[in-house]
Design a protein around this ligand. Structure first.
Ligand code: DGI
Ligand code: FE
Ligand code: FE
Length: 191
């Protein structure tokens, strides 16, 4: 599927603000793909569709999680986590994208997972650093992203966890597990 068609499809499902975010993620993800030698066409499609399910009714997302082979503990954690796995399911079912690399990048874009692929890391990070984001510390992550993809993902995960703790929110186990695994791998590679 080409970019214009993909963008036209996703636009129907998003607010203007979220569509602008999506274009930002797409452009940032393509820059990262060039920098770290990833498949640009997969990166482009994963970025365009990463928030496809963001505005689905919570009841619909809940019933998809219940009826699919997805982790049921998602239902015990923040509803904000649901649009990622539900998005992967709906992008396959409604848009017809069957490439597992693309679907997994969508599925894990909010929590991450241990052993993320290059494509998954790029989408996770692009979502965090696209030009429309202004989280505290995002500029530092943008700088690190130009030289060290893994360290940038670690910083993004750490900032997200800190932000959630400050807001008295629970942390989904995958979010913690991703952070721990990436820090351990990073230290091992440096020692
Ligand atoms: O969909 P976006 O806003 O572009 O970004 P996202 O999919 O990365 O994250 C959506 C929200 O999910 C964001 O407010 C942070 C939150 N989030 C990410 N990991 C966790 C989480 N919320 C909780 N409660 N627990 C998590 O582990
Ligand atoms: Fe998202
Ligand atoms: Fe997003």
């Amino acid at each position: 599927m080409n970019r214009d068609r993909a963008l036209a499809i996703v636009k129907e499902h998003l607010t203007d603000h979220r569509y602008i975010h999506t274009v930002g993620v797409m452009n940032t993800a393509i820059e990262l793909a060039k920098l770290y030698d990833a498949d640009e066409s997969k990166v482009e499609l994963a970025a365009i569709f990463h928030d496809y399910a963001k505005f689905r009714p919570k009841e619909e997302m809940e019933s998809i999680i219940k009826s699919q082979p997805l982790p049921q503990d998602l239902l015990l954690f923040d509803k904000e986590l649901w649009h990622a796995p539900v998005g992967a399911y709906l992008v396959e079912k409604e848009v017809g994208i069957s490439d597992l690399d693309i679907l997994n990048a969508i599925k894990y874009h909010t929590s991450g997972r241990t052993n993320m692929t290059l494509l998954e890391k790029i989408i996770y990070l692009a979502d965090y650093i696209e030009p429309g984001r202004n989280f505290p510390g995002v500029e530092e992550v943008r700088e690190i992203a130009s030289t060290d993809l893994d360290l940038a993902v670690i910083y993004a995960l750490r900032n997200t966890i800190q932000f959630l703790l400050k807001k008295q929110q629970t942390i989904y186990p995958d979010t913690f597990n991703t952070y721990n695994a990436m820090v351990q791998e990073y230290k091992l590679r440096r020692s």
